[in-house]
Design a protein around this ligand. Structure first.
Ligand code: E4P
Length: 221
């Protein structure tokens, strides 16, 4: 499973990218609004930092505007993926942009039928928002499972990008189900590696090794 960070914060992106396991980045208008500076410049800087798909979202709500914005975003850097909301106008825009060879990430997907239409319109990625479904007491993981099951029957060139992940268990479940990608905030990413038994075990190994060194030093005297 590919791991994407869901952030527009360059410090977070640089720190995580240094580990060598970050495959791409998703941004959205809310995430960019948290940062200072020109959003386009930030997007380009992100593309220069992580060599993978970097989603930048359109804010137009009519197909013509989405297409114009999408073409512009895609022209900023070869890594840019145009993120388009899963609405009627978004579908029209996706058909045109994907026909031009631009990669589209269809976002704000909350039902299997939306995912099916997104894939049929040529979206390269489809983003079911698990956490926001969980927030309204609807099991978000069930949506991912449904989409994967549906896509398994066909030949869509569309990856399932599990989004709106809130904790490591979402990541585990997405991986168990075979989601192609999981995008997560840096706070969730940081928790993936941490385990207290690893820290305790390492400390014990190092303490014991110090004892060996002390014995060897004592013998050498
Ligand atoms: C994905 O592309 C979205 O930017 C993101 O996952 C939304 O997550 P949220 O529901 O935590 O805002």
């Amino acid at each position: 499973m590919k791991i994407f960070l869901d952030t527009a914060n360059l410090d977070e992106i640089r720190e995580a990218a240094a580990l060598g396991v970050v495959d791409g980045i998703t941004t959205n208008p809310s995430l960019l609004a948290k940062e200072t500076g020109d959003p386009e410049a930030i997007l380009v800087e992100i593309c220069e930092t992580v060599d993978g798909p970097i989603s930048g979202e359109v804010v137009a709500t009519e197909a013509d505007g989405m297409i114009k914005e999408g073409r512009h975003l895609a022209s900023l850097h070869e890594n840019v993926v145009v993120k388009i909301p899963c609405i009627t106008e978004g579908l029209k825009a996706t058909k045109i942009l994907s026909g031009e060879g631009k990669r589209v990430n269809m976002t704000l997907v909350f039902s299997p039928t939306q995912a099916l239409l997104a894939a049929k319109s040529g979206a390269r990625y489809v983003s079911p928002f698990l956490g926001r479904l969980d927030d309204i007491a609807a099991p978000g993981m069930d949506l991912v499972a449904d989409i994967i099951q549906i896509f398994d029957h066909y030949d869509f060139d569309c990856e399932v990008l599990a989004a709106s992940l809130r904790h490591p268990l979402h990541v585990v479940e997405a991986a168990r189900m075979g989601a192609d990608i999981a995008t997560m905030p840096k706070s969730v990413f940081d928790k993936l590696l941490k385990h207290p038994l690893t820290d305790i075990g390492l400390k014990r190994f190092l303490d014991d090794w110090e004892k060996v060194k002390a014995q060897l030093a004592a013998k050498a005297v």
